[in-house]
Design a protein. Structure first.
Length: 406
């Protein structure tokens, strides 16, 4: 696609066709070098401003003048078919966002999350023990999804016998085109019915899990029942499918970089830095680019070139993967360097809406990789890369199955 020079003259369709596998959209680099702030035409509702530089994206995500609430308006230009499809917390601004987030923040502090590490290690080891004798496994079905369901399920207080339905529900809620509107509505209704049952149960039989905590806040008048349902759904979707997807994509990537798995197996203290680099470099999202709506004019790009002022009431698309692959912020950004220093990536966002569960995701990813690498220091793909089937029509990218052997 050819983009004329200048900041705002071009109006082109966005997003373009999703790149193969986990490749980064090449349009970002092209625009960044010539037209880093550009008008684009979205699939639904009209035009927006697309940003491709780290400093502009970070500034917008942190700006109080760039808000989320207006993105739920059906008339607001958007990428996804449904307005407001990113959950309650991502659909609110201060003070409501601050109030609701504050009621669950304590569950995701670094100290609280670290207390969950022993149970996560135990769960990972059990899954590995279940796989070990076969010499081959599908990492998606037999490890990533089961571990992620265990971690978020234990946190919420969902009985383990009920967790097999997590995948279907969360995948439907993350659908862009793979599920019909009727299927999405049915999955939402089933999820609401199930969590409604848990809420009623905690209402009469208090518990110390996260659902129990939210119900106590509801009883105290700090939350409505609708808000409890929405928060629990947010946490399930964010804590299950996205973490499972990132874990699968990380193992796939490490298995396809010559020597990477063995390099980590030789010194597992390297794993935390590797996790950060994989978070930076792998484009987990498939079209759910971070959108904001301006409530006042905002000026961007004025440090080194001609500034662009975006008026109030305009949509801005600020893709974090574009920021994370900006050579102004990262040396050789398209090269995965597992020991990259000073890795200030934006994979979890930035500002008030930064991912609440970032500490939990980091703990789960580092624990899972540590246990896998210790158990299977020679793990490799058990099928040619060309045979892998990749997800489509979802907001999450990744292989549907990942056969591995050791």
């Amino acid at each position: 696609m050819t983009i004329p020079a200048g900041h705002s003259a071009a109006v082109c369709d966005f997003p373009v066709v999703q790149p193969d596998r986990l490749a980064v959209e090449p349009l970002f680099a092209d625009l960044r070098s010539r037209t880093p702030i550009v008008r684009v035409r979205l699939p639904f509702g009209g035009t927006a401003w697309l940003l491709t530089r780290y400093r502009d994206i970070r500034a917008v995500l942190a700006s109080a003048q760039c808000c989320r609430a207006a993105t739920t308006d059906p008339d607001t230009p958007r990428i996804l078919p449904r307005a407001g499809g990113e959950g309650l917390l991502m659909s609110l601004d201060a003070p409501e966002h601050t109030r609701l987030r504050g009621l669950v923040t304590a569950w995701f502090t670094t100290r609280r999350v670290e207390s969950l590490r022993p149970a996560t290690e135990q769960a990972a080891r059990q899954l590995i023990a279940d796989m070990r004798g076969t010499g081959r496994a599908d990492l998606v079905e037999q490890f990533s999804q089961k571990l992620s369901a265990t971690v978020i399920g234990d946190l919420l207080g969902v009985p383990r016998s009920d967790r097999e339905t997590f995948q279907r529900w969360s995948e439907a809620l993350l659908s862009s085109t793979s599920y019909t509107q009727t299927q999405v509505q049915q999955a939402t209704a089933e999820l609401n019915n199930y969590f409604g049952y848990l809420i009623d149960q905690r209402d009469s039989h208090p518990s110390d899990d996260l659902v129990g905590t939210l119900v106590r806040n509801m009883q105290a008048g700090k939350l409505s029942r609708r808000e409890v349902l929405a928060l629990v759904t947010d946490l399930l979707v964010a804590g299950f499918e996205t973490t499972a997807g990132q874990l699968t994509n990380s193992v796939y990537t490490l298995s396809t970089i010559p020597g990477a798995w063995a390099w980590l197996a030789a010194d597992r203290t390297r794993i935390p830095a590797a996790v950060e680099e994989l978070l930076r470099a792998l484009p987990l999202g498939a079209g759910g680019f971070r959108a904001r709506v301006t409530t006042a004019p905002i000026t961007l790009g004025g440090d080194t070139d001609r500034p662009t002022t975006i008026p109030a009431g305009h949509v801005i698309i600020a893709p974090t993967i574009a920021a994370n692959t900006d050579p102004e912020a990262f040396d050789e950004p398209l090269t995965i360097r597992l020991d990259r220093p000073r890795n200030q990536h934006l994979a979890f966002g930035h500002g008030a809406h930064r991912c609440l569960g970032a500490p939990l995701a980091r703990m789960e990813l580092t624990t899972a990789l540590d246990e896998l690498i210790e158990a299977f220091p020679s793990l490799t793909l058990a099928a040619p890369e060309t045979d892998l089937q990749w997800k489509s029509g979802l907001q999450i990218r990744g292989p549907r199955a990942l056969p591995v052997t050791w």
